[in-house]
Design a protein around this ligand. Structure first.
Ligand SMILES: [Zn+2]
Length: 143
């Protein structure tokens, strides 16, 4: 009885092995291919650093808005309602280049008569605020 059972088990095992042998061969070939290249575990060289910080861009650089001395409505948004002066760059958050260009353009606009010199034009006071002067984007350098 036992010997017949074991022989039956053995024959089943042999049949299974014979059916699996082509599979085994194929897996062996793939594993040999992997060992041949040996690049599966090697560190992958990326083109760019995924942890690199995104370059910080100011409002005007981000939206690619060009300052024009005739566009007084945009320029007035950078002017204080209380003092009529141009906000500093720690409030506007502009980069050096854009802030200098803004000051030049506002001066040009005032000379050309598109903007009042000492006050913000009252018809633009209710325009949407680009920034909050009471909560500056960066702290002031002297504060
Ligand atoms: Zn900028």
């Amino acid at each position: 009885m036992i010997s017949r059972k074991t022989s039956a088990v053995f024959s089943n095992f042999a049949r299974r092995c014979s059916t699996q042998s082509p599979l085994n061969v194929s897996t062996a070939t793939t594993s040999s291919n992997l060992t041949d290249t040996s690049s599966s575990d090697a560190p992958v060289e990326l083109e760019r650093n995924p942890y690199e910080k995104e370059p910080r861009k100011c409002l005007l650089c981000r939206t690619s808005v060009t300052l024009d001395y005739k566009n007084s409505r945009l320029l007035q948004q950078f002017i204080s309602t209380f003092s009529g002066r141009v906000y500093d760059r720690h409030i506007t958050g502009l980069c050096d280049k854009q802030q200098n260009k803004l000051v030049e353009t506002i001066a040009k606009s005032r000379r050309a008569g598109y903007m009042p010199v000492f006050v913000k034009d009252p018809k633009y006071v209710r325009d949407p605020k680009l920034f909050d002067p009471l909560k500056p984007i960066r702290p002031h350098s002297f504060a």
